[in-house]
Design a protein around this ligand. Sequence first.
Ligand code: ZN
Length: 430
Amino acid sequence: MQFYPSIEKSEVQEIKAFQEKKLKELLAYLEKNSPFYQRLFKENNINIGDIQSLEDLQKIPTTSKNDLQEYNHDFFCIPPNKIVDYSTTSGTLGDPVTFGLSDSDLERLAYNEAISFACAGIQKGDVVQMITTIDKRFMAGLAYFLGLRKMGASVVRMGPGIPELQWDSIFRYQPKYLITVPSFLLKMIDYAEKHGLDYKNSSVYGAVCIGESIKNQDFTDNILSQKIKEKWNIKLFSTYASTEMSTAFTECEHQIGGHHHPELIITEILDDEENPVKEGESGELTITTLGVEAIPLLRFKTGDLVKAHYEPCQCGRNTLRLGPVLGRKQHMIKYKGTTLYPPAMNDILNDFNNLLCYQIIIHSNEIGLDEIIIKISTDSESENFVNEVRDHFRAKLRVSPKIEIVDFDVLSKIVYNPNSRKPITFVDLR
Ligand SMILES: [Zn+2]
């Protein structure tokens, strides 16, 4: 198959040797073209000839988000007149980082997305409805479009929001797949039920889910996913990517984590001391991009905590798979002796049918401890609703957050901010 690279079926040792060859090419490219890495090699007395194996990567310091922000310009390996597209990171912290893409980077991005969608079973001739932003300097939306075009699928570019228009388009163009933030599927189901649309017999077979987790760590469906499937029996595939990685990890039909594409990226999972974690442990995903021309990254720390799985998959791919993101490292909350991450709280809140929308806010109190405030909108008539939510938190996470009820019209405008690419369900004020 065209979009099932043979290297992904190779033996693990062969994949490693392949990546080591690519790594050497990358190091030579960086030494020649990257002002940032030229300086890093020089300041740390790194002779790139000493880096022969993937293990040798540990001799090179990691690159942080801060480096990218502070020295953004120095990461560019090509002149401005070679840039075809300017994308930026979503910039939840400070200024967004600019990522230029060259013509060959766009080609790489298309190939990446094509092999990633092929993993989820999308084929030439399938109709795919994109319920995501394609503009606003959003790299992923562009990647989806280019990847689908490359594989010969037909694309319906709907953009996010407005369930009525999404359904109109589904009935008109009969898409087999949707690409969407999974929680939006609940809004679409709700709209369909209120307006008597026969959504259960629609053309939709599956949805590629971005931005939110749909699985527990053991790959069982999380609450969000269960709630969608209870109503609408479609396949949900998770995909995980970021602007910095310019690479997607997407699940195959066996749905046991996002597959790694060895032609495009080297992965390391590191502990707090930047040592590789033991197999089966979670750590910070640290990546080295392969084949990127404008802004290649070497040992970039993504901030995402994940666990890798190494057993071969029934689909025939021998590449590692990434489990659902546990959380972002910087979002770790320490609450009265408990450590937790926002995704675990999302899971609790998604369990309440009467909860229309929510936002989790973390701030430091006057003695420097983390405080959790959860703003919720509800259509529950029960006076006890807030207590029920709090009790659920106590039972499942052993924390007791402050809960405030906010009018839906007010809160929904804050959560579904048109300037944001995804719902703003978490605000960190620390
Ligand atoms: Zn697989």
